[in-house]
Design a protein around this ligand. Structure first.
Ligand SMILES: Cc1cc2nc3c(=O)[nH]c(=O)nc-3n(C[C@H](O)[C@H](O)[C@H](O)COP(=O)(O)O)c2cc1C
Length: 320
């Protein structure tokens, strides 16, 4: 399945692994890239040295292209981390919260593409005017930090605004090939999938996370400031309910993130062996597509099945 996205990234399938902090580490990134998709690290939960080790670990598993998503909200580290990801051979720098122009210039000097996450049309326009090469239009259905506009209305409006200049990638609530077919029909050039890839053997996760995804239905997530101080979609639990009832206890980002870590309800970045995680209180980011997750599936199989199902969905439409 060739699109402008597969062309610019040099990959086989228009399926990108979302750069999920705490989840998208070397085994998962490498599995997605090796299957012909595009693996992207979620490096926001990594120290700088750990990020370099992780890129090297993935490069030992695959020679195919991969990218790194960094927290641009930490400007003191940003430039050095971008220099490191360039040096280590990443081909995309993905930014969740806007990208400074000097970072874009540095990436372009080294043939690294810059991808920007956008939840509104005006963010996409600003990103492209600043020089970003790929835009991800992320709807409110998405797991993690998210906005208010849903994927279905957002994607075609972003396509209309910037799709003549850069590839647009759809995100938020996409978990199978029907979602990929729908995204292409909306004018997108591919998909950026998060939550579905957490329920894979390769994904890093804190204790209880994958089980929580398996048991949560499509209405079991909520948008809350309880974990980071920014609006974040996660599995609804005692923590989200507590802060719904006591909004006066919320503080701003990043103080709320510190409060969550110190309070013991935020272990994003921890692995399965971590102690002290209470699933009824823990931060388990997840999108509304979570209700469709019934089993753990190897990440490479997921990439292949998403593409095969999209091809079937598109040809079934032709015969309707
Ligand atoms: C556990 C988790 C962590 C995430 N961390 C980041 C992040 O660090 N940076 C970022 O740009 N997006 C992050 N996101 C959002 C994803 O990049 C992506 O847009 C989203 O997962 C897509 O929606 P879906 O979960 O419905 O597939 C995260 C999402 C999840 C579920």
């Amino acid at each position: 399945m060739k699109t402008r996205l597969t062309d610019v990234l040099g990959i086989e399938h228009p399926v990108m692994l979302a750069g999920m902090g705490g989840v998208s580490y070397a085994p998962l990134v490498a599995a997605v890239s090796e299957a012909g998709g595009f693996g992207c690290f979620g490096a926001s939960t990594m120290g700088s040295d750990e990020m370099v080790e992780q890129i090297r670990a993935a490069k030992a598993l695959t020679r195919k292209p991969l990218g790194v998503d960094l927290l641009t909200a930490m400007p003191d580290r940003l430039m050095a981390d971008v220099e490191a990801l360039i040096r280590e051979g990443a081909s995309v720098f993905a930014a969740g919260l806007g990208v400074p122009r000097d970072v874009i210039t540095l990436c372009h000097e080294h043939n690294v593409l810059v991808l920007s996450m956008c939840g509104k049309v005006r963010h996409a326009v600003a990103a492209v005017e600043a020089g970003c090469d790929i835009v991800v239009a992320q709807g409110t259905e998405a797991g993690g930090h998210t906005g208010q506009v849903a994927t279905f209305p957002l994607v075609p409006q972003v396509v209309d605004a910037v799709g003549d200049r850069v590839p647009v990638v759809a995100a938020g609530g996409i978990f199978d090939g029907r979602g990929l077919a729908a995204a292409l029909a909306l004018g997108a050039d591919g998909v950026w999938v998060g939550t579905r890839f957490i329920a894979t053997p390769e994904a890093r996760s804190a204790p209880g996370y994958k089980d929580a995804l398996l048991r949560t239905g499509e209405d079991g997530t909520t948008i809350s400031r309880a974990f980071t101080g920014k609006t974040l979609r996660a599995v609804a639990n005692d923590t989200t309910r507590h802060f719904d009832e006591h909004p006066e206890e919320l503080v701003k980002f990043p103080e709320m993130l510190m409060k969550s870590m110190n309070g013991g309800w935020m272990h994003l970045g921890a692995d399965e062996n971590t102690e002290g995680v209470d699933p009824d209180r823990e931060c388990y980011p997840a999108g509304q597509g979570v209700g469709a997750i019934h089993d753990l599936v190897p990440a490479g199989d997921l990439v292949r099945s998403i593409v095969a199902e999209a091809e079937r969905a598109i040809s079934a439409l032709m015969t309707k």
